[in-house]
Design a protein around this ligand. Structure first.
Ligand code: DX5
Ligand code: ZN
Length: 220
């Protein structure tokens, strides 16, 4: 079985010490940097954009997993690729032309994925799954870190894994929001492979050790 992945969310990093926190992730058991882009329209919050991503990329030694919470993401795909995105995920709810946008991400040289809000039915993925490197299931309402994990996610992961298996694919399932050492193993059991964690990591006394615990729990 492929190893389960940990993606610390840089939204919870200390922006005044971005290089320090980037190097902490480099030197940890983490696999990817999770980068949350928010535009104040698709979600009520505004986070950061290209210059900050470029600054992280300058020091990062691991792939950037860029989660776009912006309306009409197709307007900016090439720019995100240019500043160093390795994986780009776009919300199903954010664009009318999902298929075209996924092709655009791949043409820009990145891996492409779709994100679903917590109650968007999984059936919308059925015909587009073969185009996806990864599906990101939100386990909170997007827009803010530090929220409580929604239990409906377990059932959604199980059903999505079943859909992926039925199509004979090996698409990754990533979970984002409220992931901790308390729920990660249950999520693995349900069929998830990659885990975003923001506040649980960066608000802990020893972020490097917290990442190791998550990685070990997910792979035990
Ligand atoms: C929220 C973001 C998440 C967020 C997760 O919209 O997509 O990636 O940073 O933060 P925690 O792990 O604190 O719930
Ligand atoms: Zn995210």
């Amino acid at each position: 079985m492929a190893s389960k992945l940990i993606a610390p969310s840089m939204l919870a990093a200390d922006f005044g010490n971005l290089q320090r926190d980037t190097e902490m992730v480099n030197n940890s058991d983490a696999d990817w940097f999770h980068i949350d882009v928010m535009d104040g329209h698709f979600v009520p919050n505004i986070s950061y954009g290209m210059p900050v991503i470029a600054a992280i990329k300058k020091h990062a030694t691991k792939p950037l997993d860029v989660h776009l919470m912006i309306e009409k993401p197709e307007r900016y795909i090439e720019e995100f690729a240019k500043v160093g995105a390795d994986i780009i995920t776009v919300h199903y709810e954010s664009t009318v032309h999902l298929h075209r946008t996924l092709r655009q991400i791949k043409d820009a040289g990145c891996k492409a994925g779709i994100v679903l809000n917590i109650t968007t039915p999984l059936v919308v993925l059925e015909d587009i799954l073969p185009e996806c490197y990864m599906i990101l299931l939100m386990s909170i309402n997007p827009g803010f870190g530090g929220q409580k994990f929604e239990d409906i996610t377990y059932k959604r992961v199980k059903n999505l894994r079943k859909m992926i298996n039925e199509q004979g694919l090996d698409t990754r399932i990533e979970i984002d929001g409220g992931v901790t050492d308390k729920n990660i193993q249950k999520l693995v059991k349900a069929g998830a492979d990659a885990f975003v964690a923001g506040s649980h990591i960066f608000k802990s006394d020893n972020p490097t050790a917290t990442i190791k615990t998550l990685k070990d729990l997910a792979n035990s």
